[in-house]
Design a binder for this molecule. Sequence first.
Ligand code: SF4
Length: 348
Amino acid sequence: MPDGALPDIASLDADGLSRALGDLGQPAFRQRQLIAWLYARAVDGFESMSDLPSALRSALAERYSLVLPEPAEVRHSSDGTRKYLWKLADGVLVESVGIPVGDRLTVCFSTQAGCAMGCTFCATGKGGFVRNLTPGEMVWQVVLVAREFGTRASNAVAMGQGEPFNNYDATLGALRLMNSKSGPEIGARHLTVSTCGVIPGIQRLSTEPEQFTLAVSLHSAVQATRDRIMPGVRRWPLDELQQALVDYTQRTGRRPTLEFALIAGVNDTPGEVAALVDFARGWMSHVNVIPMNPVVGAPGQRPGDASVAAVAEALSAAGIETSVRTERGADIEAACGQLTQRHRPSAG
Ligand code: SF4
């Protein structure tokens, strides 16, 4: 925070907002009002919060800044998907994607600006880590995308830029605000955290009281391949990851999704598919096969339809719950980080 700058109200989670109001001598119900103004209505200033006493509005404005993300670019796909590039209060750029399906809207939001994990197939990984996002910056992505669609978000997925478990507290704070009756009120099971396999985060999520959904970007069940394409999770080997996921299912009774982005010639070979079947078989997993969007400047190509079907068939034949996700937004560079990279002159 620069000298003289006010703390950002978006950096506070629900408990932080309660404490801030308590410090101002306010009763408990003011927290619900403030959450509604910030994250259901997403107003751009404290003075707009008309059911708060004017002295409280002034006190908040003296103590905190409130700056909504500004859209720097919106791209519309022919399939209805929209991709957003947001400029945050300090000028940092992050991305979200809105994916309408029938009368539902899923918003994929970022938890960090940039990412330290270095996955080779990902444009964000190429650009490196910039900073963690605050809870409010995550919630606003979801609320503002839904507003632009003229609807409410039915689902939100922490699957944009960043590794959510490298920013655990803020991500959980954001999910709780999204789940709040005073905020966007998205059901806990419709809120998904997608990790590339940070085991301590998986273990911690299994102890949380809410029924948030877990997804793991697996992308290869062969250790050497995974080490190569996802170097940031080398320290959490596949056998330990599988055990952590089995423990998670036993503790929560919930089924995690294993995301498997198929990259032609990298993870669609018979050996790779056999390893995937071995990894996912015998416990409560769900494998989501995703033919990969090509990323400009990164290795890897989209596999053919026959290859995608063969992988899905091998999984189903082994009794593993499987889906193939329809590729969305390929014409607007909807894979994570692609839009930001084009806006960052130093990115290669
Ligand atoms: S895929 Fe996710 S975890 Fe990997 S570098 Fe990209 S943003 Fe980070």
